[in-house]
Design a binder for this molecule. Structure first.
Ligand SMILES: Cc1cc2nc3c(=O)[nH]c(=O)nc-3n(C[C@H](O)[C@H](O)[C@H](O)COP(=O)(O)OP(=O)(O)OC[C@H]3O[C@@H](n4cnc5c(N)ncnc54)[C@H](O)[C@@H]3O)c2cc1C
Length: 507
């Protein structure tokens, strides 16, 4: 058994764990992050994939959260322009559900909140909201003709699983050790530090750490109760959300935000070129349902909600893929799962002694606010690790430094330099890797030089790269998280990826 010493041991390779790992490592701390499965294998790859203020949270008076999230939208767009980009949202108007004045007031607040409340300098890079006539202004495609008017506003799209991987890569580049498929099984305080037992592929190991961050998402309470034996006052509400993927319902680039008669909103978003993503649901679950799956009732609910608006009804038979995740919400005591706060809460425990080894637990949080959450986690731990300034808002994530070019400029440049490589593939690889795409393309000038073609836009060169640099080990890591090639492959093609990974296993 090895014994190693760290400043910070982080539990969980979801967005909050890797975000804190990046921030802490960049401040010079010796960091170890352990993830029991693959990076982003739980909630952080199952989101609606929006970097957004959360228009609907205004109805719950969550002004602090919305303001912070809107300001973060600007920061994240700047540091990761390859995996995050602006998306137009169209809200078809239905006066009996919400009157026009209410929507106008909400959008006015949404346009201004990010700047005013946080004192975030400058103007949003996204256009302001406005009223539109759906058919006449080109926003009616795919919708029933009954909907004549609507509202247009902007938020951003993100590849959530890649945001996690890029934060992990950045953390590692700043010196953090990232161990996937490694579980924290027990930990105890010994004097002013933690002694933790980990279980991974290479067997058990013991590590010492000055502090622990519990970013275990839906498992946050289980880690506190069963592993660390700490009794926190905060609790977590586990609320499942599911999405379905259906053939694309219109050829335009805008998404829809649809009002449902139960007052919830449902998104319909263009997805992976040929598809439309529809979500989500809010279903309370218990601790036995960590590995969430969609139910027939949720599929029916989403199909029905989308069909109220879609020109051609959406039926369960059209669903080509679905995914579900469990929101680890901070329990604010609200009855309705849709009303429970989406804000986060950080709880610090130092045990019986005032200078005991701290554990900081993360309750709630959004993909959108992970970077600010990480900064506040470091602030909470500043008693242990003082004097290091915040830095993550300035350094681009890996592949995000486009050297002053827009993403489109980068794409045109690559197309010019690689005229014989498939255009669609180039776009996808640039979306995945941004300015690091050359590390995959290397000296390849034509398709056959990219190595074996697995189908669905995956070639051997990229597969090797994902294994070497992005902790990909199993087929699911590659097909559904590092890429979404799984959506574009046959079952036989997926088997080939599985077989290749088994032959080229990394231990
Ligand atoms: C349906 C849905 C839609 C959403 N949409 C959006 C959206 O559009 N925009 C947005 O900003 N947010 C959205 N969210 C919220 C966002 O996805 C989550 O808040 C966020 O992903 C939580 O990240 P996390 O790191 O806390 O948890 P997770 O991603 O769940 O990570 C926790 C990790 O800890 C690991 N772990 C647990 N126990 C151990 C252990 N003992 N040892 C080692 N590892 C362990 C788990 O394997 C897991 O990978 C959505 C959430 C859901 C469910």
């Amino acid at each position: 058994m090895d014994t190693e010493r760290y400043d910070l041991l982080i539990i969980g390779g979801g967005i909050n764990g890797v975000g804190i790992a990046r921030d802490a490592a960049g401040r010079g701390l010796k960091v170890l992050l352990v993830e029991q499965s693959d990076l982003a294998s739980a909630t952080s790859s199952a989101s609606t994939k929006l970097i957004h203020g959360g228009l609907r949270y205004l109805e719950y008076f969550e002004f602090r959260l919305v303001a912070e999230a809107l300001a973060e939208r600007e920061t994240l767009l700047r540091i990761a322009p390859h995996i995050i980009w602006p998306l137009q949202f169209v809200l078809p108007h239905e006066s009996h559900l919400r009157p026009a004045w209410m929507i106008r007031a909400g959008l006015f607040l949404y346009d201004h909140l990010g700047h005013r409340v946080l004192g975030f300098g400058g103007v949003s890079s996204l256009p302001k909201s406005k009223g539109v006539r759906l058919a006449a202004d080109g926003y009616g495609a795919g919708l029933k003709r009954d909907f004549e008017r609507g509202f247009l506003y902007y938020d951003c799209w993100v590849d959530d699983a890649r945001l996690v991987v890029l934060n992990a890569r950045s953390a590692a580049a700043h010196g953090a050790a990232i161990l996937t498929r490694t579980r924290l099984v027990s930990a105890r305080r010994e004097g002013t530090e933690w002694v933790a037992t980990l279980n991974g592929g290479a067997g058990g190991r013991t590590v010492h750490a000055s502090a622990i961050v519990n970013a275990a998402g839906p498992w946050v309470r289980q880690v506190l109760d069963d592993v660390l034996k700490v009794k926190p006052s905060a609790t977590v509400r586990l609320v499942k959300g599911s999405h379905i993927v259906v053939p694309r319902i219109h050829e335009e680039s805008h998404a829809f935000i649809l009002q449902n008669p139960d007052r919830r909103v449902i998104f319909m978003i263009p997805y992976e070129r040929q598809f439309t993503l529809v979500g989500t649901t809010d279903v309370p679950v218990t601790r036995d349902d960590y590995r969430a799956r969609i139910t027939r009732k949720e599929i029916d609910y989403l199909c029905e909600a989308a069909s109220r608006y879609a020109e051609k009804p959406i039926s369960p038979g059209m669903v080509v893929w679905s995914y579900s995740g469990v929101r680890p919400l901070y329990d604010d005591g609200k009855e309705d799962p849709s009303a429970v706060t989406r804000d986060y809460h950080l709880q610090l425990d130092t045990g019986a002694e005032p200078d005991g080894a701290p554990v900081l637990s993360v309750f709630g949080g959004k993909i959108t606010t992970y970077r600010r959450l990480a900064e506040q986690a470091m602030e909470k731990l500043s008693g242990r690790f003082p004097g290091k300034p915040a830095w993550t808002h300035t350094e681009p994530l890996p592949g995000g430094n486009l050297e002053g070019q827009s993403f489109r400029g980068l794409l045109l440049d690559y197309r010019r330099r690689h005229p014989r490589l498939p255009k669609v593939w180039l776009t996808r690889v640039l979306r995945r890797h941004g300015a690091l795409a050359d590390e995959i393309i290397g000296d390849a000038r034509e398709e056959r030089e990219l190595g074996r073609n697995f189908g669905g836009g995956l070639y051997e060169r990229e597969l090797e790269y994902l294994v070497a640099h992005e902790w990909a080990r199993e087929a699911e890591d590659v097909l559904w998280r590092r890429t979404k090639c799984g959506l574009h492959m046959s079952a036989a093609e997926k088997m080939q990826v599985r077989a290749w990974l088994a032959e080229n296993a990394v231990t």
